[in-house]
Design a binder for this molecule. Structure first.
Ligand code: 2AM
Length: 484
C-alpha cells in the first residue's frame, strides 16, 4: 500500500519542532518530518514518533513529494539565515499557491521581507508566533499566524486544532498581513519581560523591606494566584520559591542575580522608540535585566555607595503585602495598556488590521503570559472594539482607581528604603503623565526654540509654529530655514 500523503511537512527537529509534530499527530494530521541533520529524522521516527502516523523524508525533494496540495511546509529552525536558506531551497520545489510557514522566533521585519519575496514567487508565506515553550508546543501553544491571508483557510484547521483552548475557544486566530504574527509575538515577549520584572519587584520588597522568608512569599504568591493576578507566571513563582535544594535551602537564594535575555524584549523597546510610543514599562524591564547583569560592578559599588540609613519598615506586614499586590496589579494594567498602544501604532505604520480582542484571546491561554487578566482585556475589546486605550475601559479604570493609593504607598516605600522598583515606578509616572492635562513640555519647547530656533506652538494656535528671538541677538530665523 502506498504511504499516506502528509497534511503538512515540518522542518526542524529540535524539541519545539518535535513536540509540534506530535501535537499535530494527536489531532489527526499526518506530518512529514525533515531536518538539516537528516539522521535526526530516523532517530525521531524510531523513538519519540514511534507508533504514530508521522512519516519522514531524507531530502527536501522527497518531503515535497509526500505532501497533499496545496503543500504546507512549516519550519521551526533557528531564526535568521537558516530560514532564508530553507526558503531558497523550497522555492524551486513548490508550485503556485503552496504555503511556507515560519514558526520560529523570526524578527517581524524579516517576515515582512519574506512575505513580499514569496508573493513575487506566487507562494504564500505565513509567519507565526509560537509561544508556550516545550509543553505548550506538545499540548497546546498560543499561535499567532500572520502573512498571506489566502493561506489561512488551508492552515486554520491544523493551527486551531493544536492550539491551546480557553472555554473551548482556540488561542489562535489570523493576526494580519506579512509580519503581523511575528510582531504580535514580539510584543507578547516584551510584556512577558514586564510581567516577570513586576513579580521580581514584589519579591524584592517582600524579601528586603518586609523580611519575609521564601516559604512565606511562596504562600503569598499562592494566594495571589487565586485572585485577579491568577496567571502562569505567578503560579511558577510560587513553585520556585517553595523549591528546596538538596541541603534544604531554597534554591532561588543560590542563583546568581544576573539576568540573561535573548532580545525580544529589546526589540519591543526598540520598536516603541522607533514609533514614538511610550512603552516605558517594557523598556525599564529590559534595562533592569541589563543592570542586573552588571553584577561585578554592583558588588564593587555596594561597598562604597550609600543608601538611606536607619530606616526600616515598621508598619503592618500583611497590609503592606496587600498594597504590593495592588501595586503589581495596577502596574500590570499600565504595561498591557502600553503594549496595546504599541500594537495600535504598529497597525497604522504597517497597514495591519489587528483585532485586539482576538490578540488578547490568543494570549489568554497556552503562552507564558497566560492569565485571567487577559480574559478581562478580551471583554474590554469585545465591549468596544475601537477602544483607544485600555485605561479608558470602565473595568480597568475602576481597577486603577481602586489600587492607586496602595500603588503610591509601595513606590514610596521603595524610595524610602532604597529598594529599586523601576517598573512599579515607571508605571505610576506614566499613569500620572497620561492623565495630566498639562505637562512641562511647554518649557522644553521654549528651550528648543531658545537654543535651536526649533519653533513652538501657542496653546491658542495649535498647528501654527512660531519662533521668538529670546535674547534679542539671535535673529528671527527659525530652524526650518537653516540647519544649526
Ligand atoms: P540541526 O539539527 O541540523 O542542527 C534548531 O536549532 C533547529 O534549527 C534544528 O533543527 C537545527 O538543525 C536547525 N538549524 C539551525 N541552524 C541551521 C542552519 N544554519 N541551517 C539549517 N538548519 C539549521
Amino acid at each position: 500500500m502506498a504511504e499516506q500523503k502528509a497534511d503538512i511537512a515540518l522542518i526542524g527537529l529540535a524539541v519545539m519542532g518535535q513536540n509540534l509534530i506530535l501535537n499535530m499527530n494527536d489531532h489527526g494530521f499526518v506530518v512529514c518530518a525533515f531536518n538539516r541533520t537528516v539522521s535526526k529524522v530516523d532517530d525521531f521516527l524510531a523513538k519519540e514518533a514511534k507508533g504514530t502516523k508521522v512519516i519522514g523524508a531524507h531530502s527536501m525533494e522527497e518531503m515535497v513529494g509526500k505532501l497533499k496540495k496545496p503543500r504546507r511546509v512549516m519550519m521551526l529552525v533557528k531564526a535568521g539565515d537558516a530560514v532564508d536558506k530553507f526558503i531558497d531551497t523550497l522555492v524551486p520545489l513548490l508550485e503556485e499557491g503552496d504555503i511556507i510557514i515560519d514558526g520560529g522566533n523570526s524578527q517581524y521585519n524579516d517576515s515582512i521581507r519574506r512575505a513580499k519575496y514569496l508573493e513575487s514567487k506566487k507562494l504564500l508565506f505565513v509567519g507565526s508566533g509560537v509561544s508556550g515553550g516545550e509543553d505548550g508546543a506538545r499540548y497546546g501553544p498560543s499561535l499567532m499566524p500572520g502573512g498571506a491571508k489566502e493561506a489561512w483557510p488551508h492552515v486554520k484547521a491544523i493551527f486551531q486544532g493544536i492550539s491551546a483552548k480557553v472555554n473551548g475557544e482556540p488561542c489562535c486566530d489570523w493576526v494580519g498581513a506579512d509580519g503581523a504574527g511575528h510582531y504580535v509575538k514580539m510584543v507578547h515577549n516584551g510584556i512577558e519581560y514586564g510581567d516577570m520584572q513586576l513579580i521580581c519587584e514584589a519579591y524584592h520588597l517582600m524579601k528586603d523591606a518586609l523580611g519575609m522568608s521564601e516559604d512565606e512569599m511562596s504562600a503569598v504568591f499562592g494566594e495571589w494566584n487565586k485572585g485577579e493576578l491568577d496567571s502562569f507566571l505567578i503560579e511558577i513563582t510560587q513553585a520556585i520559591l517553595a523549591y528546596k535544594d538538596t541541603d534544604g535551602v531554597p534554591l532561588v537564594r543560590k542563583i546568581r542575580d544576573a539576568a540573561g535575555q535573548k532580545g525580544t524584549g529589546k526589540w519591543t523597546a526598540i520598536s516603541s522608540l522607533d514609533m514614538g510610543i511610550p512603552v516605558t514599562l517594557i523598556g525599564e524591564s529590559v534595562f533592569a535585566r541589563c543592570l542586573s547583569s552588571l553584577k561585578d560592578e554592583r558588588v564593587k559599588a555596594s561597598g562604597s555607595l550609600k543608601g538611606p540609613s536607619g530606616v526600616k519598615f515598621e508598619g503592618n506586614k500583611a497590609e503592606m503585602v496587600e498594597h504590593i499586590r495592588q501595586a503589581l496589579y495596577a502596574s500590570k494594567i499600565i504595561s498591557y495598556a502600553q503594549g496595546f498602544m504599541l500594537l495600535r501604532e504598529a497597525a497604522k505604520e504597517y497597514g495591519w488590521e489587528l483585532n485586539y480582542g482576538s490578540i488578547a484571546l490568543m494570549w489568554r491561554g497556552g503562552c507564558i503570559i497566560r492569565s485571567r487578566f487577559l480574559g478581562n482585556i478580551k471583554e474590554a475589546f469585545d465591549k468596544n472594539p475601537s477602544l483607544s486605550n485600555l485605561l479608558l475601559d470602565d473595568f480597568f479604570k475602576a481597577a486603577i482607581h481602586n489600587s492607586q493609593a496602595s500603588w503610591r504607598k509601595v513606590v514610596s516605600l521603595g524610595v524610602t528604603l532604597g529598594i529599586p522598583t523601576p517598573c512599579f515606578s515607571t508605571a505610576l509616572a506614566f499613569y500620572d503623565g497620561y492623565r495630566s492635562e498639562c505637562l512641562p513640555a511647554n518649557l522644553i519647547q521654549a528651550q528648543r526654540d531658545y537654543f535651536g530656533a526649533h519653533t513652538y506652538e501657542l496653546l491658542t494656535a495649535p498647528g501654527k509654529f512660531t519662533h521668538t528671538n529670546w535674547t534679542g541677538h539671535g535673529g528671527s530665523v527659525s530652524s526650518t530655514s537653516y540647519n544649526a
